[in-house]
Design a protein around this ligand. Structure first.
Ligand code: PLP
Length: 306
């Protein structure tokens, strides 16, 4: 039997050429390609700042760390996501609190979310499940009324839109992953997007050990000294990965169209199967279709079906 893989990257000769060019150059990490990749992400999304890192998990970690929340504070998130979402809360000595999802979209339910707010709640991390943006206006309203920070885990949702505006422009910080199963790939990689210059500065410090000046600025000023302001880690992405990212990003719209075509095909063919409930996209969103999740009705066992 032919198995359909869970995900498959699409890397072509033009991508490979860009990577090889960097490998043949003198600068293979934290050089001009990282900045160029960040600029092209900003241009695509229409936002001010991007910090590229070595994974989506690292991106989540430094986004939470940037908020500087008091130990033991609560962060509300969804239970229906990849483990990294809640792990990023635990890495930072904070407590994840789960709010249940809506059946239709499998996204966090704003009413459930509201019920989980306590005096200790400081932030919300919501996930655009499968590539369908959450009910962001509702979530923002709750966050504003309760003074909460918002992080959007959009690892499923690169290229998606909410009321015509690109995801990446709504929360305080938005996270993307460039793992091969995602929309574009850098092998491993991720990014934090923000429109807040203070957050951006902090994110760039945290991805590089907590060092407060980058190497280029130190070299330009002939300045050897730097301070380590925070407990940062090495979450840097390489220049050859960034070169792949720049090249892949140019093809993102084509990748999204291909996914949409496949979804239309699945939905057409699977609508003939009566025990399946098929996924749908709300009219308010452009769905990025990272995954196509079906619901089985009660007459069939999930494991048996699988
Ligand atoms: C893929 C993914 C991550 C983690 O990204 P990596 O690049 O694999 O570290 C985090 N959250 C969600 C929702 C994801 O799908």
């Amino acid at each position: 039997m032919d198995q359909i893989p869970y995900g498959m990257q699409c890397i072509t000769d033009d991508d490979i050429k860009e990577v090889v060019t960097v490998l043949k150059s003198n600068w293979i990490t934290t050089g001009p390609k990282v900045e160029e990749f960040e600029k092209s992400l900003c241009k695509y999304i229409g936002c001010n700042f991007a910090t590229a890192v070595n994974s989506g998990t690292s991106a989540l970690d430094i986004a939470v760390q940037t908020l500087n929340l008091e130990k033991g504070s609560e962060v509300i998130t969804t239970p229906f996501t990849f483990a990294a979402t809640a792990n990023s809360i635990i890495y930072n000595n904070l407590t994840p609190v789960f709010a249940d999802i809506e059946k239709e979209t499998r996204n966090i339910n704003p009413n459930e979310l509201m019920e989980k707010i306590t005096e200790k709640t400081k932030a919300i991390i919501y996930v655009d499940y499968a590539g369908q943006p959450c009910d962001i206006n509702e979530i923002k309203k709750i966050a504003n009324e309760n003074g909460l920070f918002l992080i959007e885990d959009a690892c499923h949702a690169l290229g998606s839109k909410y009321y015509g505006k690109n995801v990446g422009n709504f929360a305080d910080m938005t996270i993307f992953s460039f793992h091969p199963v995602k929309h574009i790939t850098t092998g491993e990689g991720g990014a934090v997007i923000t429109n807040n210059s203070e957050f951006d500065r902090e994110l760039k410090i945290l991805r590089n050990h907590g060092i407060d000046k980058d190497l280029h600025k130190r070299q330009a000023k002939m300045d050897y000294a730097y301070d380590i302001r925070r407990l940062g880690r090495n979450y840097r992405i390489t220049d050859f990965q960034s070169a792949l990212g720049i090249s892949q990003l140019k093809k993102l719209d084509g990748f999204l169209n291909k996914r949409l075509k496949l979804v239309e095909l699945y939905s057409k063919r699977l609508s003939e199967v009566d025990f399946l409930e098929l996924p749908t996209a709300k009219s308010s969103v452009k769905h990025a279709w990272h995954i196509y999740t079906i619901l089985l009705d009660k007459q069939i066992d999930r494991d048996e079906f699988f």
